[in-house]
Design a protein. Structure first.
Length: 431
């Protein structure tokens, strides 16, 4: 080859190498500019893929997001194991009842990067459970509020044109709907209140009643997290005692509004069978109720409220996007979490989850769908509390209820006991 041919061949080779390099990074900068982020969540992978496609994330050549669907029942244990060996995700779903359990694994986003003012402006009040003095533990991503499902046929047959908006209205409704035989066996009921083990979402229902009565259940301060169940709000009994008295009275056969007992089937199954006028379930249960009994003539209403003066409240299951402290790409993870919780992204998420948005700006636009209008109002009202261990506290709530209905303790004694045991759990958790 001549000297000229050698030079020309070298130039062509250089162009080929450069072209391959550009193709390898998608034609949009160097490979160092690409954020590779892994996210663990509990949304079905097909739904999450459809969501990211809808917001155009799959077209963004600067982000490679890998989503891994996990089973909610084993999520916490898998997360602990993966992080321990350095194979955990960059971002993971952080439910409101796992904040305390997993906060030591979270990188708290400094307020310099996500201001407190922006957080409160963007997200509903329940999202503030993710706030600490050092920053933001997670950006709210999804909210699943507790609502009231009600049987239209049962209410019509009882000549009732309206469903209750306040809990005390059930006192007069129960005698019109609940059917009992001479041995006081319940054949049809108005509401499933009073017990625990056969009432779906019992812990969340009781929590709502306590919060509606005036207690936040828990509080975070400089010393950590503690229970507020025995704090009085000016009445003779604490809000928790008042709430427990109301709840358990519906399982008392001596009351005229007796409507539930431990021998009955699970409350959700009883509603699906058409034998219960109401069911207190989450918005996410709508599709399963429709599928399990397509012939059930039911509707949805906001959860009834207490007559006590205070904010309208229902329980909300929330999921936030938390950045793992062990992530090797904190900046990229924050960028992705911010993108996924933006207004446009959360709006795109709604059709895939069939849940209301977690952002205030989107909730201000009322939907025309009859179900979603209730879901939106309920999302705004959603509250929850800092749970030290969801399984242990569920057992404590069950014992609290059954010690009252079983006559072992008064409601005051039961509340005092769970208050002390909650504080012991808080001392054992990371505050």
């Amino acid at each position: 080859m001549t000297k000229f041919q050698i030079i020309l061949t070298g130039i062509f080779a250089a162009f080929i190498i450069i072209g391959v390099a550009i193709f390898a990074v998608g034609g949009n900068g160097s490979s160092k500019d690409i954020s590779r982020v892994t996210l663990w969540g509990t949304i079905p992978a097909t739904d999450f893929s459809g969501f990211t496609q809808k917001i155009g994330l799959d077209q963004d050549k600067t982000i490679i997001l890998t989503y891994v669907e996990k089973n909610i029942a084993t999520f916490d244990q898998e997360l602990v194991n993966a992080l321990a060996i350095g194979q955990g995700p960059d971002i993971f779903f952080l439910p409101q009842d796992s904040i305390l359990k997993n906060q030591d694994k979270v990188f708290a986003i400094p307020f310099q990067n996500y201001s407190l003012r922006d957080f409160k402006n963007n997200f509903i009040a329940e999202g503030e459970l993710y706030l600490t003095s050092s920053g933001v533990l997670a950006l709210p991503f999804a909210i699943d509020p507790l609502v009231m499902y009600w049987n239209r046929d049962i209410f019509s047959n009882a000549s009732l044109s309206q469903v209750p908006t306040h809990w005390d209205e059930f006192f007069s409704i129960v005698p019109k709907i609940t059917e009992k035989d001479t041995a006081l066996n319940i054949k049809k009921t108005t509401l499933a209140f009073g017990e625990f083990r056969n009432i779906s979402n019992a812990k969340e229902i009781i929590s709502t009643l306590i919060m509606q009565a005036g207690s936040s259940i828990t509080v975070r301060n400089e010393q950590g997290v503690s229970s507020t169940l025995v704090t009085s709000s000016g009445s003779v009994n604490s809000p928790a005692v008042n709430a427990l008295n109301f709840y358990t009275d519906f399982a008392n056969p001596a009351k005229s509004f007796y409507s539930w007992n431990r021998a009955l089937p699970a409350s959700k199954d009883y509603f699906l069978a058409g034998d219960s006028a109401t069911y207190f379930g989450f918005a996410s249960e709508l599709r399963s109720l429709q599928l399990k009994n397509p012939n059930l003539n039911f509707d949805i209403a906001p959860l009834p409220q207490s007559r006590a003066k205070g904010p309208l409240t229902t329980f909300g299951k929330m999921n936030g996007l938390a950045i793992a402290k062990t992530s090797k790409n904190i900046a990229g993870a924050f960028r992705v979490a911010s993108l996924l919780t933006s207004s446009d992204s959360i709006a795109a998420l709604v059709p895939f989850t069939i849940l209301p948005p977690v952002r205030r700006d989107l909730l201000s636009i009322k939907p025309t769908d009859a179900y979603f209008s209730v879901f939106y109002d309920s999302a705004i009202r959603s509250r929850a509390w800092l749970d030290p261990d969801k399984n242990k506290t569920s057992a404590l709530f069950q014992e609290m209820v059954e010690s009252i209905t079983g006559g072992r303790n008064t409601s005051t004694e039961s509340v005092n006991k769970i208050n002390a045991e909650l504080n012991l759990l808080f001392k054992g958790s990371v505050n």
